[in-house]
Design a protein around this ligand. Structure first.
Ligand SMILES: *Cc1c(COP(=O)(O)O)cnc(C)c1O
Length: 428
């Protein structure tokens, strides 16, 4: 009888396994090797079988550090999966900015330069309707900064139909009130008129806030004034567009964009950087020079400032139009169907029961809640959902009608091979 210890896989064999090569790339060979060696030792001690070495090493490894996930949920901007994936250009910029860089230094003169001026200039160029721009950590931070700088111990006039919970229990009214601003609610849940705003405005008013209901719709007997309707009121009009579209997106006609709302009369627009803009997490502030300067100069601004990596990624996102979010939004349904068909054929050839099906994908991430984007998925056994999630790379699909749908709209075409490999590995 052969000694079972002789069947323990050799370190090199494990490290060359397709499940391990990406980990070696990401964590470095030494880290992965240490985990493999520990698993081999457990096998030598008889605690696990020789063939368990692979799984044991994987189990101990990936827990530290973010793990790559293939987003097969059919939700383009999945907040739990980090919202917008960065473009290659943005990732390259982050790599450079990660070292010492000229984030706040003018190499031409040798003097201090305005922090992130290249990113700010790119944002200004992208939205010429904005006299000035500023960037903070996220849209919530933008709102906190504006509320603090313009309405602390004063009032923010807001419609009862726009008191939004953005997710995970965070509510914008509570966020705004935490700054010391008072909310002056006007109108009703379903209807608010310009007169409701006008009556509430007085010496105590800091600004009127219009929030785009990005994750819900009030339908039926409903209506709120447009930005242009509110532009005539004699106080600043701050508008939170949510999604971060800088210009109109023909595929999402109901999503507001910064340029349109500024032209319609908003004095200040706030938005997220990691939603439909397809960039890093950040909060954009665009609008009148005087107001932007006021918030930029507020002491709290220093606590909400973005780091150099974010600035680098934002600039690259603005300069290079293509990014994974935009590609996913504009993907041709016929091409998605073709990819799903090709994957199903290759899975069947590998002995995995799979079928290409038509599906509906969503924008997600607090954007366009009523829009369904035609998409296609590979349907596999629902029992695979868990193992796929725990695999390497992790694959997150959605279980629907007793099957696990791997929706391709949010999967960049370049990841089809990885997706195929992950499913086959899960089944073998
Ligand atoms: C998503 C969203 C927010 C929060 O943005 P973060 O960048 O996640 O802080 C605020 N307002 C609206 C309307 C949103 O859609």
């Amino acid at each position: 009888m052969t000694d079972p210890r002789r069947q323990i896989p050799r370190t090199d064999a494990v490290l060359d396994d397709p499940r391990f090569t990406p980990l070696v790339g990401r964590m470095g060979r030494d880290r992965v090797k240490t985990a493999v060696n520990a698993a081999q030792q457990r096998a030598r001690d008889g605690e696990i079988g020789p063939s368990d070495v692979y799984d044991e090493a994987l189990r101990t490894l990936p827990d530290d550090g973010p793990r790559p996930v293939i987003n097969a949920t059919g939700v383009l901007l999945h907040t739990n999966l980090g919202r917008a994936p960065l473009s290659e250009a943005a990732l390259d910029a982050v790599r450079i900015a990660g070292g010492t860089t000229d984030v706040e230094f003018d190499l031409a003169t040798g003097h201090r330069g305005r922090r992130g001026r290249a990113a700010l200039a790119a944002l200004g160029r992208a939205v010429p309707a904005a006299e000035a721009v500023h960037v903070v950590n996220n849209n919530a931070a933008a709102l906190v900064l504006v509320a603090t700088a313009l309405a602390r111990e004063r009032e923010i006039v807001i419609s009862r139909g726009e008191l939004v919970e953005i997710g995970d229990g965070f509510r914008l009214p509570e966020l705004l009130a935490s700054t010391g601003a008072r909310l002056r609610e006007v109108g009703t849940t379903n209807r608010t008129s310009v007169a409701d705003y006008a009556t509430a405005i007085g010496p105590q008013t800091g600004f009127v806030l219009k929030i785009h209901p990005s994750n819900y719709r009030i339908e039926g007997f409903a209506g709120t004034p447009s930005v242009s309707d509110l532009a005539g009121l004699e106080v600043p009009l701050v508008a939170d567009i949510g999604s971060g579209l800088l210009a109109p997106e023909p595929l999402l006609p109901d999503e507001p964009d910064a340029a349109t709302w500024l032209r319609a009369g908003a004095d200040l627009v706030t938005a997220s950087g990691d939603k439909l803009l397809g960039g890093p997490q950040c909060g954009l502030l665009l609008g009148r020079a005087g107001l932007v300067e006021l918030v930029r100069r507020h002491p709290l601004a220093r606590a909400l400032r973005v780091d150099k990596l974010t600035l680098a990624a934002l600039e690259a996102t603005l300069v290079h139009a293509a990014n994974p979010t935009r590609d996913a939004l504009r993907a041709d349904p016929a091409e998605l169907r073709r990819r799903a068909g090709a994957l199903a054929v290759r899975l069947a050839a590998a002995g995995v029961k799979a079928e290409a099906v038509d599906t509906g994908a969503a924008v997600g991430g607090g954007g366009a809640p009523c829009v369904e984007l035609p998409s296609a998925a590979v349907a596999v056994d629902a029992a695979l959902a868990g193992p796929l999630r725990r695999g390497t790379p992790a694959v997150v699909g959605r279980v629907e009608g007793g099957r696990c749908l791997l929706d391709l709209r949010a999967v960049p075409p370049g990841q089809d091979g990885d997706l195929l490999g992950a499913v086959v590995a899960t089944c073998s």
